[in-house]
Every structure is written in C-alpha cells, then in structure tokens.
Write a protein that binds this ligand. Structure first.
Ligand SMILES: CCCCCCCC(=O)SCCNC(=O)CCNC(=O)[C@H](O)C(C)(C)COP(=O)(O)OP(=O)(O)OC[C@H]1O[C@@H](n2cnc3c(N)ncnc32)[C@H](O)[C@@H]1OP(=O)(O)O
Length: 245
C-alpha cells in the first residue's frame, strides 16, 4: 500500500510545479497534456480561490490588475508571456492527485487547506500570489478579513505568520519541489489594519543542499510602510516524509 501511495504521489508531484502544502496546481498541466477529464476521478473544474470576488476592495483589485498586466506582457523575441504569472489556489492540497487507494482515502477526507477553509468570501484569508521564476521571487496581495482579528481592528500575528509561511513556502516549493518549513523568524514592525491590503514579498536567499533560505517582507501596497519582516528555512523532503511515513 505504501509503495502504491508513493508511486501515485510521485506521479502527482511530477505534474505539480509547486509545494503540495500550498497552492498546488496540477490542473493546467493536465489540460495542456490533453488528458480526458471524464476519466478523472475528481472535480474537473476546481474553484480557484485567488480570483477576484465581491469581497475584494478597490486596493486589492488594483494590485491584482497591476500584476495581471505584468503577466500578460510578451517578451521581445518570443511569443511567450513572462516572467510573472499568477498561481491558482485551491482548498485541498491533494484534490487533483492521481490514483492509489491510500491516496484516494486521503483525498476524500475532510481536510482543507488552512488558508482556504472558509467558503464565505472575504471573511478570512483573501490572497493571490504572483510568481516571478526568473528572479526567484513572488508577491502576494493579501486582504485580511474580519475573522483574523488580533489586537482590536488589526490582524492577528498568527494569521500574518500563516500568510508568511504560505507565501515563502509556495516560493520554495515552486523552485525546488516538496518542502517543509523548518524555521520561521518573524519581526512584527507595525500592525496591519483589518480589512486592509498588504503586499507580501518573498525572495530566495540561497540554496544549500536540502536547505532553502527565503526572505520575506510585508509592506503597504505602495511599499512605503514596512509591517513585518521574516526569514524562513525550508527543507526539501521526499513524498514519504510529506505523508508522515
Ligand atoms: C500536504 C503537505 C503538507 C506539507 C506542509 C509544508 C509547509 C508547512 O507548513 S510544513 C508544517 C510545519 N513544519 C513541520 O511540521 C516540519 C517538522 N519537521 C520535520 O519534518 C523535519 O525536522 C524537517 C523536514 C524540517 C527536517 O528533517 P530532515 O529531512 O531529517 O532534515 P535533517 O537531515 O535533520 O536536516 C537537514 C539540514 O537542515 C538543518 N535543519 C533542519 N531543521 C532545522 C531547523 N529547524 N533550523 C535550522 N536548521 C535545520 C539541519 O541542521 C541539516 O543541516 P546540514 O545539512 O547543514 O547538516
């Protein structure tokens, strides 16, 4: 059983350009490869939680439009777009994984990705991540909903940490494959107003064997105000480790 799970997992990760723990995206690859979705045992049209919705305020939409425009820019000597692109974001880590009885059981569980477990728009974590692979960095627009209150009218430090882990982990996973957070250091510099929008910038510092060092800054959307700074260490893991085997 374990062998079949690992085999299925390897199949999945080969389709999957980002860390399983975060905004894993296998769907576009499958569509690109023209696989028949009728044979697919899971939802063929998952909801992408990182698309604009009615809860997004004007600032959030402005940031989204800004980076979306950068995604559409064509390079001079190629028809390809780049270097920015928006990552989709689903509410289950393994929803689109392939095969395996053991894996199917995991997939059919009630587990939901922490940051995407509220169906209500705008209540908790509204965010979208834009990746720049060439520069090994990403930017996330984050609008904190009313369920994330810590100090009155401001965002809970744990919610900020969650988003930092999510964004830095997404970057690390995108660059190297499956990872787990080993260390997260956070300095909170100024409170983030509830309902406000901030940018979470993350960039690769260095790779050392299995270790991926990533930095992070949370700023106002005009980048004039620094809210939070962090560094994170991720460790490359195999699929067995990810499943606790
Ligand atoms: C569905 C998928 C979910 C995946 C979620 C991923 C994103 C998350 O939020 S993860 C959740 C929180 N993180 C965890 O639960 C991780 C718990 N810890 C672990 O599993 C392990 O300790 C893990 C994976 C971090 C490292 O284990 P292991 O692969 O055995 O690494 P190990 O060989 O001990 O260490 C490798 C290197 O990293 C260093 N290292 C490991 N942990 C740390 C640490 N906390 N701080 C500093 N350095 C560290 C070691 O010193 C070693 O360095 P060197 O190569 O220079 O000697």
């Amino acid at each position: 059983m374990i062998r079949s799970c690992l085999k299925a997992s390897r199949t999945f990760i080969s389709h999957c350009p980002v860390a399983l723990s975060h905004d894993a995206v296998s769907q576009p690859v499958l569509v690109r490869r023209g696989l028949s979705m009728g044979l697919w045992p899971f939802s063929a049209s998952p909801r992408d939680f990182s698309l604009p919705n009615a809860s997004w305020n004007a600032e959030m939409r402005q940031v989204y439009d800004h980076y979306t425009a950068l995604c559409e820019v064509k390079t001079e000597d190629s028809e390809e777009t780049g270097p920015w692109h928006k990552l989709p974001s689903y509410n289950r880590s393994l929803k689109h994984a392939a095969g395996g009885v053991y894996l199917s059981k995991l997939i059919q569980s009630k587990a939901r990705l922490f940051t995407r477990n509220k169906k209500e728009y705008g209540a908790a974590f509204e965010y979208v991540i834009f990746m720049n692979k060439q520069e090994k960095r990403c930017v996330c627009a984050f609008q904190a909903g009313h369920l994330l209150e810590g100090p009155p009218g401001h965002v809970h430090g744990g919610a900020i940490a969650t988003m930092i882990d999510t964004v830095t982990g997404t970057l690390a996973g995108y660059l190297v494959g499956p990872v787990m957070t080993a260390n997260l250091n956070i300095n909170y510099r100024s409170p983030i107003p509830l309902g406000g929008v901030v940018l979470i910038h993350s960039a690769l510092d260095r790779l050392e064997g299995k270790k991926i060092f990533v930095n992070c800054r949370v700023t106002s959307t005009d980048e004039s105000k620094l809210h939070t700074e962090a560094t994170a260490l991720f460790i490359s893991v195999n699929m067995g480790h990810l499943f606790g085997m």
